[in-house]
Design a protein around this ligand. Structure first.
Ligand SMILES: Cc1cc2nc3c(=O)[nH]c(=O)nc-3n(C[C@H](O)[C@H](O)[C@H](O)COP(=O)(O)O)c2cc1C
Length: 186
């Protein structure tokens, strides 16, 4: 089984990188039948913009489960992550377990990026994991990450593993709107 994690920050390394790294290590430690493959932006083109390698779409398409990780930027996801999402065909995430991991400076912004990602994931007909992981960035700026955050990451990982191991290969309908409106009439 393959978990592809998408590090959606154009400004590595940071708090999100630390959170994602702990999640990835936890999956490797506790789920040895899983391979973890991280995709990160490769080409910085401006202070908060970077683009993606040519194989990013293929690596997401081949995953059994995906984590989309983003810092909150201006009350939403990063433009960098959106650049990648806009390159994905519908089948890349259709019926696939996808978890949302976000960090922000302000606790009040806990749904800012998540709600936008949930809208986007419904375009794909993704199997969006019911519970997202959100953290205030200072949690991952501390020397020691507190036990509650680590427990949240473990539960978040387990959620994706259970969804993928039980539902992999299943196809859920009805088709999302994009499929219905582009279907050829017979
Ligand atoms: C361009 C930009 C916009 C941001 N917008 C918000 C925001 O709207 N709300 C918020 O709580 N934090 C915001 N932040 C803070 C980041 O979400 C926070 O510092 C996060 O930890 C950055 O990720 P990193 O530590 O992995 O680099 C913003 C940061 C940047 C650089």
């Amino acid at each position: 089984m393959r978990l592809t994690t998408v590090y959606g920050s154009p400004t590595p390394p940071g708090k999100l990188a630390r959170a994602l790294g702990l999640l990835e290590q936890d999956v490797r430690d506790r789920h040895p039948n899983w391979v973890v493959d991280r995709i990160e932006p490769e080409n910085p083109v401006a202070p908060v913009v970077a683009t993606w390698g040519d194989d990013a779409v293929e690596r997401i398409s081949g995953a059994d489960a995906v984590v989309l990780a983003s810092p909150v930027f201006r009350g939403s996801i990063t433009g960098t992550l959106k650049l990648l999402i806009d390159m994905l065909p519908n089948e890349a995430l259709r019926s696939k377990p996808v978890g949302i991991l976000t960090v922000a400076a302000a606790p009040h912004h806990f749904l800012s990026a998540e709600r936008h990602l949930r809208d986007i994931l419904s375009w794909f007909g993704a199997l969006t994991a019911p519970n997202s992981a959100f953290f205030v960035d200072r949690v991952f700026g501390a020397a020691e990450v507190d036990a509650e955050a680590l427990a949240d990451l473990r539960e978040f990982a387990d959620q994706l593993v259970v969804l993928a191991e039980n539902l992999s290969g299943r196809h859920f309908g009805p088709d999302p709107l994009t499929v219905r409106f582009t279907r050829k009439k017979t």
